[in-house]
Design a binder for this molecule. Structure first.
Ligand SMILES: [Zn+2]
Length: 341
């Protein structure tokens, strides 16, 4: 080979080495990269993982290196209990070793949830599975950004179908008109305010919540309801029938975040129990509490009535995580956080 040939050979060789190096360090075209962008804005829609994704496609280990390019990566310890829940139930996420300063959020089923300080440098958050969710494997994504470190972690929750009843109600035109979409919309503004902020610690004493009224259970949680044969969504809580004027007690300690008359839910009370757990009481005849009141478990908060969209004296009780209703029986059966080991 002459000099010219040698120079050409060297040039080709160097180019080949450079290309080889580039191809080794170039990020793989992985759809999951979409999720690991340097973002913590809950409002921004982020693509759900591929529908057929399995736990193996996206185990936390696979993403240990994705924290980010600018700040040093932080390994987040994430645990979720229970790992299998039905629609209308919830899981508790505990994150260990996250920075005390900065921001740590968890996304589940398309919603970002703020986390709360918990024991030694840990944080927890309760994430609900709405009764509208598709059953299957759902991703839990945690992101933290401290002053000089940030990290991301993933886990999976298996959401089962759950069992719900069906109910057919027949009501007259006047009562039907109390449940129009416009009236619901107006009521929702008040619920959004009442459940938009929470106390960052549990306000209740450890243990099961009280059933707020002794009576006959007339409608179960999550039942599919038809009103005059038209689909009318799912029942967000339980209905307990009792004579007009029967005292209703607070299911647990908390602070009243709403006490007012609304169109559909009538005379209504919402109690913040902390950690985004809210108890909601509808259709009362009298409210005995005001917004801002601190309430003890078992205290009478009002009387049974039939105000708003109601066919007779009863209490409707909704247990919700933020704005998402969950099965109240989970709180009557034991401490709401009992799933934490
Ligand atoms: Zn009801």
């Amino acid at each position: 080979m002459d000099d010219r040939g040698m120079r050409k050979f060297k040039a080709v060789f160097v180019l080949a080495v450079v290309l080889a190096l580039v191809s080794c360090t170039w990020p793989a075209a992985d759809p999951s990269d979409q999720r690991v962008e340097d973002r913590l804005t809950p409002e921004e829609p982020v693509d759900e993982p591929a529908e057929n994704a399995t736990a193996d496609d996206c185990s936390p280990e696979d993403h240990a290196s994705v924290a980010n390019e600018e700040l040093p990566a932080l390994e987040i310890e994430m645990e979720v209990w229970p790992e299998r829940i039905a629609r209308g139930e919830y899981a508790i996420v505990r994150l260990g070793d996250v920075p005390s300063e900065g921001e740590t959020r968890v996304r589940f089923a398309g919603t970002w949830w703020d986390t709360h300080c918990w024991e030694d440098e840990a944080r927890i958050v309760v994430v609900p599975a709405s009764y509208h969710m598709e059953p299957g494997m759902h991703l839990v994504e945690a992101r933290t950004r401290g002053l000089d470190q940030k990290g991301v972690a993933y886990a999976w929750v298996h959401v089962l179908e759950g069992e719900f009843e069906t109910q057919h109600l027949t009501v007259d035109a006047e009562l039907r008109s109390k449940r129009s979409p416009d009236l619901w919309r107006e009521d929702r503004v008040h619920f959004a305010r009442a459940r938009g902020t929470t106390h960052p610690i549990p306000l209740w004493e450890h243990g099961a919540f009280y059933t707020p009224l002794e009576g006959r259970l007339t409608s179960s949680f999550g039942l599919l309801r038809y009103i005059n044969e038209e689909p009318a969504g799912r029942h967000s809580g339980i209905d307990i029938a009792a004579p007009q004027g029967t005292p209703i007690v607070a299911a647990a300690d908390g602070v009243v975040s709403l006490a007012m008359s609304l169109h559909v839910t009538g005379e209504t009370i919402v109690i913040d129990h902390g950690l985004n757990l809210f108890g909601c009481y509808y259709h009362l005849s009298e409210l005995w509490v005001e917004e801002g009141d601190t309430i003890r478990a078992g205290e009478t908060i009002g009387l049974v009535g039939s105000t708003g969209f109601s066919t007779g004296p009863h209490l409707h009780y909704t247990a919700s995580i933020g704005d998402i209703p969950v099965d109240p029986q989970l709180w009557f059966d034991g401490d709401p956080l009992r799933f934490l080991p």
